[in-house]
Design a protein around this ligand. Structure first.
Ligand SMILES: Cc1cc2nc3c(=O)[nH]c(=O)nc-3n(C[C@H](O)[C@H](O)[C@H](O)COP(=O)(O)O)c2cc1C
Length: 258
């Protein structure tokens, strides 16, 4: 039994969550890091294996870039564990969307978790998350998934998850919310080479094509000079307002089939 651990993570929190849950489930794992290598064709996951899908929450859904990749996954009554990592505003429809996409493709979602992390656009929001309690919650979630997988989950009812089943992911991004580089940039092009949207030209890595940027923040995380970030006036105006709106400490939530 192999645990196919699939994740997309710009700034690292979703990757950390995927690893923590994977370790707690404790099965031999195959990692599918979609930031480095997204699928180029169908990915078959047999009935006797398990899928762990961990996604960051973007505007209440999974990142738009990941949706066609999720649609490449093919289950055969395969059990799936899903995790959404969000920046203390809300995860809205992300878990439900993952469940709908996976169950349409032959998976049975048996457990779901919504976990907290620093907001990757507004890092003052949920600063320091995931904290120890968050990591303990991820470990406990994985351990309970391991028990569930060992039990007979086959006859369980469909997992009821919060969210609006009719909701559609927005097709517009807020203006001015994409990272660029300041004068510390040394043209190493690590960001251009990693960018999943191919939004940073190799010839001018200080620039970003707003139409192509998926806002994942991988360029900020990988920059060896800390030269990349959000510098626009609209970001500066929005950051304190958003931080105040999202100041309340939210806790992880977990759901299991019965
Ligand atoms: C484009 C974008 C949209 C986001 N939308 C939400 C959201 O709707 N709710 C929320 O709580 N956090 C939101 N976040 C914050 C991320 O979900 C959070 O920071 C997550 O940990 C990022 O994962 P990563 O560290 O693996 O990149 C958003 C982040 C980005 C980049």
């Amino acid at each position: 039994m192999t645990l196919h651990t699939v994740f997309f993570s710009g700034k690292g929190a979703t990757a950390a969550c995927a690893h923590c849950v994977k370790n707690a489930i404790g099965l031999p794992a195959k990692l599918h890091n979609w930031m480095k290598k997204p699928p180029t064709g169908p990915v078959d996951i047999p009935a006797g294996d398990v899928l762990l899908l961990a996604m960051p929450v973007y505007a209440g859904f999974i990142p738009a870039i990941c949706r066609p990749w999720v649609e490449q996954l093919q289950g055969h009554g395969t059990p799936a564990v899903i995790a959404a990592v969000y920046g203390n505003r809300h995860y809205d429809n992300a878990l439900l969307q993952m469940q709908q996409l996976l169950e349409a493709r032959g998976f049975r979602v048996i457990a779901a978790g919504a976990f907290l992390a620093e907001h990757s656009i507004f890092p003052e929001v949920a600063k320091g998350r995931p904290d120890k309690e968050d990591m303990d919650a991820m470990t406990a979630f994985g351990a309970r998934c391991a028990q569930l997988l060992a039990d007979d989950w086959h006859n369980a009812l469909t997992l009821a998850l919060p969210g609006d089943p009719e909701a559609q992911a927005p097709d517009r991004k807020p203006a001015g919310m994409y990272p660029t580089a300041n004068k510390e940039c040394i043209n190493c092009r690590a960001c251009s080479d990693l960018c999943p949207g191919r939004a940073i030209p190799r010839a001018r890595p200080q620039e970003t094509d707003p139409a192509k940027c998926v806002q994942c923040g991988a360029c900020i995380a990988i920059c060896p000079m800390q030269a990349r970030g959000y510098f626009s006036d609209s970001w500066k105006e929005r950051a304190p307002v958003f931080a105040e709106k999202c100041a309340q400490y939210r806790k992880p939530e977990v759901f299991f089939v019965k």
